[in-house]
Write a protein that binds this ligand. Structure first.
Ligand SMILES: [Mg+2]
Length: 395
């Protein structure tokens, strides 16, 4: 049997652990630019505030709320405490995301779930919901539908059918809007309809991913609990650049910042890459991305930056559109230790930079090209991002 633990409104709960007076009030957690709500308390949700809503739309709806900026370093500290506690009661635990773990449930009972829930609340301070079932997909479906602060165990077929009955297919993790549309076109709108559908048909319609979910919903585990994170196929750094910008210096500075972050990540995983992709999203145009092959396998700032800056004018002209999101993505990864060097490689400054930043502070030594981002580096909230939390199996 497999268990799934999921913290209830985790970022808000984490703020309430260190600021207990927030327990009695609606709380919204803001993204790194302080503009959008990325997490909200249940009181705020009841008032009509939704995730992604800008603060200027949320304050008129919920004027009595407290808004705080996200602090992933603190959320990670609590996340590790949650993980350690679940590891005490299970020999195999997957660090699925910052506030979710899957685990091998040795004692699949209501009593065990209640005990774990109480332990997490008293020892970590975070309320969670828990599901226990024969498969990951069922366990997650239970915890999602038990929120807030609920738990449930599906141990037999009658309980499994009751869980799936009339529940929309979009409640299944892995069935998003597009898959749901394909399914609806064939009259499949609920989880029970999905589970009763012909397996070969589901595979034809939704490929192997869909078939895996079909098995899992029917109680046969095919997606394992991964105690060790699987190897990366690619590593990416980026995200929102705050207010959309047409300013070439600002956009280029973000490219440089994200390449510096990417190099850190490659160093952490001890991998280098043969390819670099630059992907930009705009406010009023479709996303554009281009890939470049590197000269040899690289993980150093100079080579990756050169590739990224080579791609930038091909992906975007300053007069054409305002950039909103960007990602730099390292692909064709291989172990750094097995790196084939190129003929023209120079000795690297990188190691010195890495050592100084490790000793003094993350961005203490950084490229001068990032100087236009005074606002970004001036705000401590930007020093640590959610992708800086290593070991999660779900991005
Ligand atoms: Mg959660």
């Amino acid at each position: 049997m497999i268990g799934h633990v999921d913290a209830d409104c985790f970022y808000v709960s984490a703020e309430r652990v260190r600021f207990p007076h927030l327990r009695s009030m609606p709380v919204g957690v803001l993204g790194n630019h302080g503009a959008c709500i990325i997490a909200k308390s249940y009181e705020m949700k009841a008032a009509g505030v939704s995730t992604g809503m800008p603060i200027w739309d949320a304050t008129p709806i919920c004027p009595q709320a407290v808004y705080v900026k996200r602090d992933f370093r603190w959320y990670e500290a609590l996340s590790r405490r949650m993980l350690a506690l679940v590891q005490e009661v299970s020999p195999r635990v997957e660090f699925y995301s910052i506030d979710e773990q899957f685990f091998a449930a040795l004692e699949p009972t209501d009593g065990f779930a209640r005990q774990l829930q109480n332990n997490l609340l008293t020892r970590v301070g975070v309320p969670v919901s828990i599901g226990i079932a024969p498969t990951k997909t069922l366990a997650k479906l239970i915890s999602d539908s038990s929120k807030p602060f609920g738990y449930g165990v599906v141990a037999d077929d009658r309980q499994r059918r009751a869980l799936l009955h009339n529940r929309p297919v979009t409640d299944i993790t892995g069935i998003a809007k597009r898959s749901a549309m394909h399914l609806a076109a064939h009259g499949i709108e609920t989880c029970d309809q999905f589970a009763r559908a012909d397996r070969a048909f589901i595979r034809w319609l939704l490929t192997k991913r869909g078939e895996d979910l079909w098995w899992e919903l029917n109680g046969t585990p095919v997606i394992p609990v991964q105690a060790v994170r699987p190897k990366h196929k690619f590593v990416s750094r980026g995200g929102s650049i705050g207010r959309a910008s047409c300013d070439p210096a600002r956009v280029q500075a973000f490219v440089v910042r994200n390449v510096e972050r990417l190099v850190e990540a490659l160093m952490h995983y001890k991998v280098c890459c043969d390819q670099l992709t630059l992907s930009l999203s705009f406010t009023d145009r479709p996303e554009r991305s281009l890939r470049s092959s590197l000269l040899g396998s690289r993980a150093d700032f100079e080579a990756l930056l050169e590739a990224a800056l080579h791609l930038l004018p091909q992906v975007w002209q300053p007069s054409s559109a305002a950039v909103h999101y960007m990602h730099v993505i390292a692909g064709c990864l291989r172990p750094l230790a097995h790196r084939q060097m190129s003929l023209f490689e120079q000795p690297q400054l990188h190691d010195v930079k890495h050592r100084i930043n490790n000793a003094v502070g993350r961005f203490a030594l950084r490229s001068g090209s990032t100087l236009p981002l005074v606002d970004v580096y001036g705000d401590a909230a930007n020093e640590y991002d959610i992708c800086d939390i290593y070991g999660k199996s779900c991005f």
